[in-house]
Write a protein that binds this ligand. Structure first.
Ligand code: PBG
Length: 322
């Protein structure tokens, strides 16, 4: 034998020395669900161990995350049914829950990078990401609302806006609106390669935002395709995205790698609610070692090429390692 491949695996010290993929707290973007009220910390039924917070508890959570070294959160709001309308007008309410959530976090953790979801589904009676007319999801009409939303989030203090809607040209329109309004420091995290995935199911429970009719296949990508992930990503970079994202992560590791190979901006990947639910459910039954499954799934996403990972497991991962 000229060389034995097991030599580099024989001790923890050696394995640590040659490990190629290292996860750190600053890799993580933590999605947070916000609801109206006070003293609320509601568990999401299909996401055991994950919660919707009212603003007071949101602040506590932000403090806890910051203490663990986490640098970024991604905010989603749950909107009561009586505030949902065809125009998605609550999305443009200056005192809406999103604006108050941004301010609440900045109040307790001014250095936290606050990212906000920009899409219409939480505000739409149809649960679709764009405006709806005659069962059709309108593209260009939606862009105006998204641009205005982006400006409102920036005005409330968001560091990054994160369009998750998959309308064509939304990055360009949001960027132009931010520039015109003087928000020259606000970043855009674009959900560039976002697939029409069944793995978003639990998230739609969290926000009560399941589509009321049809599905999202006319705007989100077909899971059978990889070439258009490149097209979507290049378009978003061209339109001014600071960070691009692939979503979901676990079943799309090949796409993360493809995107990483062509992107000249940081690449994020979103380990979505269904990925969280699968690991939780198996662990609850004693079928998987939870900490090991969390670490391995996150490591695989980073190894595939993700510079940043949006995940519901950030806290557990960092605590499990202590
Ligand atoms: C909607 C949105 C979704 C997620 C993030 N933003 C669901 C969807 O597209 O229907 C999914 C996140 C997750 O499943 O964790 N704009």
């Amino acid at each position: 034998m000229t060389r034995r491949n097991r030599t580099l695996r024989q001790s923890p010290a050696l394995r640590e020395m040659v490990a190629e993929t290292i996860l750190t707290a600053s890799d993580f973007i933590v999605p947070l669900f916000v609801t109206e009220g006070t003293g609320i910390k509601e568990e999401i039924s299909s996401m055991p161990g994950y919660y919707r917070f009212s603003l007071d508890n949101l602040k506590k959570e932000a403090n806890e995350l910051w203490a663990l070294g986490i640098k970024s959160v991604l905010l989603f709001v749950k909107v009561p049914d009586n505030l949902k309308d065809d125009a998605c007008s609550e999305a443009l309410n200056k005192d809406g829950l999103m604006m108050r959530s941004i301010k609440a976090i900045k109040e307790v953790q001014p250095d936290m990078c606050v990212m906000t979801d920009v899409a219409l589904d939480p505000f739409s009676p149809y649960g679709h990401d764009g405006l709806v007319k005659n069962f059709e999801i309108l593209n260009d009409e939606t862009l105006k609302v998204l641009a205005e939303m982006g400006v409102l989030h920036a005005d409330a203090g968001a560091d990054f806006v994160a369009p998750s809607d998959m309308m064509d040209h939304r990055v360009r329109v949001i960027r132009a609106a931010l520039e015109q309004s003087g928000f020259t420091k606000t970043g855009i995290l674009a959900y560039s390669a976002k697939y029409a995935s069944c793995f978003y199911g639990p998230f739609r429970d969290a926000l009560d935002s399941a589509p009321g009719f049809g599905d999202k296949k006319t705007y989100q990508m077909d899971p059978r395709n990889r070439t258009e992930a490149i097209k979507e990503t290049l378009d978003d970079i061209d339109e001014g995205a600071d960070i691009v994202m692939v979503k979901p992560a676990g079943a799309y590791l090949d796409i993360i790698r493809d995107v990483k190979n062509i992107a000249n901006v940081p690449v994020a990947a979103y380990q979505v609610s269904g990925e969280y639910a699968m690991i939780k459910a198996a662990a609850q039954r004693g079928w998987l070692n939870e900490n090991a499954a969390i670490a391995e799934s996150l490591t695989a996403i980073k190894r595939a090429g993700a510079d940043l990972i949006a995940t519901y497991f950030a806290k557990e991962y960092l605590k499990g390692r202590e």
